[in-house]
Design a binder for this molecule. Structure first.
Ligand code: ADP
Length: 707
């Protein structure tokens, strides 16, 4: 027997008039059972009318489901004649729940609208009888398979429903069943309903099913992907919450949210340029995502802390008053006029053209001549902060420019560090010993310095660690060096060089009296009245205890004097005051270190006093020449450099060319051995300037005339 529903007791074989009800988004196929809800009063009236008769009703789908009060034109011309199986009023509402069974397709012939509901004249429209061919059987199977697949992917239908159709060979039933249960658009369903040939219905259906199945498959993929993502986020959220609880239990770090909010607020308060701010905020976001205690988190925290520590918006107000600045410089240092003039000139220019940025001064001179200390005074005089960086022995570019923050223990370079320590963006930055900068496989620090000092590009100096640009254009750079020889040329081009020369003994006396002694006295807690040092004593210290171009050792000796005096003042029989003179100096400083250069009492033969330059200043240097009978050898001793040796040969040639005028034998250079000696043989000597001294010594020795 076919699986057709019991149509036996209901007939709809002739035209008749029936209460008509418009269906919204619903289609009932013949032989199918359907439950739906009814709310519109016209529809309820139709139901009531049917119930009062033989429970037969004509259900017709609406063309547009949005229409609220349909007219006969708003519904299709073909519907289904149904039998109402059950009707249930929903408690507390107007809605009625209806269970209906489709009996037969019907076509509307006419509609009466003068009743509480529409009443239609309907004529039956049964399926066309078709022979059971193999083609139809194949179509049935094909549709069943497609339906099976559809049920599997759609997942919202019991698989048993497939079994109902699988066994059937009735094309009409199979097509109606599938059409009823598959999700299709109302107009598609209507198209199926109006088709009276079961085989055509199956063909139509197979197309629609194929399309639906593939769409459903796609929809599933999308849903799954969304679900996956949701699951992952949920899991992460769960873990994070758990972590927070554990951290709270352990009393460790506070809430990561509040931490990142704090960072965020701090960053925004800085009002950095957009790009830098975004860069830092991105790090904060990254920090938020790190699990607590991860090394990455501490790297980011360290980075943010260092960035925030920078004095981004702090700057001191510069003192531009030329006279006041000059007074500070004069008060703190004796002499050094060139440096002081340069600074006051700079301030004058700043007053007239405030946009002039910081400068680069390079102070070159022997050690102890006050380069570093006058640089510090510049800071004081111009009311800028001070930061001091020693570059001696720096080989690594990263020392200047920092390590990339991904390296373990990475730090910003010394320049950024200097700014942080100074706590202002416009400090005087003293870069000491720039001539001792090295360079090797770790990169060339001088090229990094080039970027720091170049006024054209240092307004966006990029430290490897910081990654965000830092404006160095307001920094006043003061570099110090002992010699210009080892400073790379491009670096030299970017700075203004001021040379400081060694001090004369008289200058040293003044410096000691005006600055060093008061400074040391104060340092050792001595009052001016307690300790006096006579000028002679200072002179003795300068000449007999020190041999330098600067005043460092002098200062050290004065400190030693102060120390000794302090000792005396705390002893039992302490004197009221101490006066240091040349006579009692040895009691305080011990025996003299250097003996004054002995001047030869009378003019000598073959002995000439020359002048020499050493790193500790000028000195005298004796040249001795000795002539003995021999075979014309020329002997040179005293650790001479090549240039100096050549000077001796040049002197010999000169003397030979003037032999006649000097009254020498023409062949003296063949019969006499000449020995030229420079004392202090251990000290290397070189240079072209000793030529005339050597020449004089040899002539004197050859002619036996005193110089
Ligand atoms: P440099 O950096 O040239 O090697 P420093 O600046 O270290 O020398 O100077 C050494 C000491 O000598 C410092 O205590 C400094 O105050 C003092 N000094 C040097 N020159 C003067 C000067 N012209 N007036 C006052 N003090 C000076």
């Amino acid at each position: 027997m076919d699986n057709t529903t019991s149509m036996d007791h209901v007939e709809f074989t002739d035209r008749r008039s029936l209460p008509m009800m418009a269906l919204r988004g619903l289609t009932v196929f013949p032989g199918m059972m359907l439950t739906f809800e009814v709310e519109r009063s016209m529809s309820i009236a139709a139901l009531n009318m049917a119930m009062s008769d033989d429970q037969i009703i004509y259900l017709v789908p609406q063309i547009d489901i949005a229409t609220n009060i349909p007219t006969p034109e708003d519904v299709y011309g073909v519907g289904t004649v149904c039998r109402i199986k059950q009707m249930m009023k929903q408690p507390g509402s107007k809605t009625v729940r209806v269970m209906a069974e489709g009996i037969e397709r019907g076509r509307t012939l006419a509609v009466r609208t003068d009743m509480p509901c529409f009443v239609a004249e309907v004529e039956p429209m049964p399926d066309v009888a078709e022979r059971k061919t193999a083609r139809i059987e194949a179509l049935i199977r094909h549709c069943c398979n497609l339906f099976d697949a559809y049920v599997t992917v759609s997942g919202n239908m019991a698989p048993e429903s497939v079994i109902t159709v699988l066994g059937s060979t009735n094309a009409g039933f199979v097509s109606n069943f599938i059409a009823q249960h598959v999700f299709l658009r109302p107009e598609q369903k209507q198209e199926l309903l109006e088709q009276t040939r079961p085989s055509r219905r199956l063909t139509l259906l197979s197309k629609m099913l194929l399309h639906e199945t593939s769409v459903l498959g796609l929809q599933h993929q999308l849903e799954e992907a969304a679900q996956d993502r949701l699951n992952q986020t949920q899991q992460e959220y769960l873990l994070r919450e758990q972590m927070k609880i554990i951290q709270a239990e352990l009393g460790e770090a506070d809430d990561p949210d509040s931490e990142s909010t704090a960072y965020r607020e701090k960053i925004q308060a800085l009002h950095l340029p957009e790009e830098s701010e975004q860069r830092l905020l991105k790090e904060v976001d990254r920090l938020k995502k790190q699990p607590f205690g991860s090394s990455e988190a501490s790297v980011i925290r360290n980075y943010l802390d260092i960035c925030l520590e920078m004095p981004w918006n702090t700057r001191t107000e510069e003192r531009l008053d030329v006279r006041a600045a000059r007074k500070v410089l004069d008060d703190e240092h004796f002499g050094l006029e060139k440096v002081k003039d340069r600074i006051t000139e700079y301030l004058a220019v700043r007053q007239l053209a405030p946009d002039v940025k910081g400068g680069v001064l390079c102070l070159v001179g022997p050690p102890g001549t006050g380069k570093t200390s006058i640089a510090m005074s510049i800071a004081h005089a111009t009311n800028r902060k001070l930061s001091r960086i020693s570059l001696g022995g720096v080989h690594d570019e990263a020392e200047i420019r920092g390590h990339r923050k991904t390296y373990v223990g990475a730090m910003p370079g010394r320049i950024i560090n200097g700014l942080t320590i100074a706590g202002s963006m416009n400090p005087v930055m003293v870069l000491d010993e720039i001539d001792k900068l090295g360079s090797d496989y770790r990169g060339d620090p001088s090229s990094a310095l080039l970027e720091v000092l170049d006024a054209e590009q240092n307004d966006h100096f990029r430290d490897n660690f910081m990654e965000i640009p830092v404006d160095l254009s307001d920094v006043f750079f003061v570099l110090t060096a002992n010699t210009l020889d080892t400073i790379p040329r491009p670096l030299l081009d970017r700075m203004e060089v001021i040379e400081l020369s060694s001090y004369t003994d008289e200058e040293k006396l003044q410096i000691a009296k005006q600055h060093l002694l008061p400074k040391q006295r104060k340092k050792h807690g001595l009052k001016q009245a307690q300790l006096r040092v006579s000028d002679d004593a200072i002179r003795e210290i300068v000449t007999l205890y020190t041999r330098e171009s600067g005043v460092r050792v002098l200062e050290r000796n004065l400190a030693a004097v102060c120390r000794k005096c302090a000792m005396r003042f705390v002893e039992d029989d302490a004197p009221k005051k101490l006066v240091i003179t040349a006579a009692n100096l040895e009691k305080f400083l011990g025996p003299r270190r250097f003996l004054p250069d002995e001047m030869p009492k009378s003019d000598q033969v073959g002995l000439v006093t020359g002048l020499a330059w050493t790193s500790v200043g000028g000195t005298t240097l004796e040249v001795e020449a000795n002539v003995v009978e021999g075979t014309g050898k020329l002997e040179l001793t005293g650790n001479l450099g090549n240039v100096m040796k050549e000077s001796v040969f040049a002197a010999m040639s000169y003397i030979r060319s003037r032999a006649n005028e000097l009254g020498l034998e023409p062949d003296f250079y063949k019969t006499k051995d000449i020995h030229v000696h420079f004392p202090e043989g251990a000290v290397p000597k070189d240079g072209p300037s000793a030529g005339i001294t050597i020449c004089t010594a040899i002539v004197s020795a050859l002619t036996n005339r005193p110089v």
